[in-house]
Write a protein that binds this ligand. Structure first.
Ligand code: SF4
Length: 359
């Protein structure tokens, strides 16, 4: 059965024509679907016969919010469960622009990347999400934003999973979320984050979608980075920085460099200098965010959160190299803020496709 979240306007026009209805209904129907977050059923101008046909031909939003955690800072973490099995975290948080909200979407259930400071990877990769499952997360967040009385203005693919390893579905979802006649967000409001999958970065640039790129760097040297991000053994720092430069040259969008600061691991003045030199002559914005403890990583090592003073000292040192750098506030610290933690907590509640708990 075709899913509402899989439809383009052209597809629905063609279906309506085939079913004997006016194709001109496609655009208003899809607009209403995205505005309401559910299948429209009560617009008299379309007629009951059309709604009856739509109900038999098209699947509505399938996923449900299995649980939710709300932080004192307003961050809402939703655990979204899919009937096909598995669950992901999607997050709604206060944006840098006052009075608006930002959303964080997952691209996979679990993650194969094995980053040592991340809870999402502890049980490996369960499966890729479909484009419709990604769009459904957006619909749930949009509904939550509506309840909060603030508009959802930006989306980052920075939740569970490596978006470049499920890029076809991610690009399909982005096209729908950003389309003014569908999700209506605008593609420039969307950021795709990666640990540095070089072919994926090049494909994202070639997709010509006008989205932003965020590179999860976390260390400026290969030795430290390979400890934190195993994928660095495949794509070294120099290679991924070259890919980020190509992305900028191709799209004119300034990449963001994400840097999760871990006390005593990647926060030394020398590493700040190395990061500054790495970005010399390159237009990029560095976001430094203090690590949220998750217990032992896959390597067995337990990382510590740096103090606020250490975060600011690192940012200041990077700035001495003329690099634009900011300390980013962690959101929702009191509600399992680190990526994958909410899912870890509720993992036994949601059956996986294989019938076992996701954990
Ligand atoms: S940080 Fe991102 S890419 Fe790395 S393991 Fe976690 S979810 Fe996967």
């Amino acid at each position: 059965m075709t899913h509402w979240c899989d439809l383009t306007i052209e597809q629905l026009e063609s279906d309506l024509r085939r079913w004997g209805f006016a194709p001109s209904h496609a655009k208003p129907l899809l607009r209403q679907f995205y505005a309401l977050g559910q299948v429209p059923t009560d617009a008299p101008r379309f007629g009951q016969r059309l709604f009856d046909r739509l109900a038999t031909e098209l699947a509505p939003v399938q996923s449900t919010v299995a649980t939710e955690a709300v932080s004192t800072d307003g961050t809402r973490k939703l655990l979204i469960a899919f009937p096909a099995g598995g669950a992901v975290e999607s997050v709604l948080m206060p944006s840098t622009k006052p009075g608006t909200l930002a959303g964080c979407l997952s691209s996979q259930i679990g993650c194969a990347m094995g980053c040592d400071f991340c809870a999402s990877t502890r049980n490996g990769l369960e499966r890729n999400l479909t484009a419709a499952e990604i769009v459904e997360q957006f619909i749930h967040l949009k509904r939550a934003a509506h309840e909060a009385g603030q508009p959802l203005k930006t989306i980052v693919f920075m939740g569970m999973g490596e978006p470049m390893h499920n890029l076809d579905a991610v690009l399909d979802a982005i096209r729908k979320i950003g389309d003014p006649d569908l999700g209506g967000l605008g593609w420039r409001q969307i950021t795709v984050s990666t640990v540095g999958i070089v072919p994926g970065i090049d494909r994202l640039a070639d997709a010509d979608l006008n989205v932003h790129l965020a590179l999860s760097l976390h260390a400026p040297d290969d030795e430290t980075r390979a400890q934190l991000v195993p994928m660095n053994r495949r794509y070294a720092v120099a290679e991924i920085m070259d890919a980020a430069r190509r992305f900028y040259d191709r799209t004119s969008r300034i990449p963001t460099i994400e840097y999760c600061l871990l006390a005593g691991v990647n926060d030394s003045p020398e590493q700040a200098d190395l990061l500054g030199r790495l970005l010399d002559g390159f237009r990029a914005h560095v976001n430094v965010i203090a690590f949220n403890p998750i217990g032992p990583g896959l390597s067995g090592k337990t990382y510590e959160r740096p103090t606020l003073e250490q975060v600011f000292a690192f940012v200041d040192r990077v700035r001495t190299h003329g690099v634009v750098a900011h300390a980013r506030r962690t959101k929702g610290d009191d509600v399992s803020a680190a990526c994958g933690q909410l899912r870890q907590q509720f993992v036994a509640l949601v059956p996986s496709p294989s019938g076992r708990g996701l954990g």
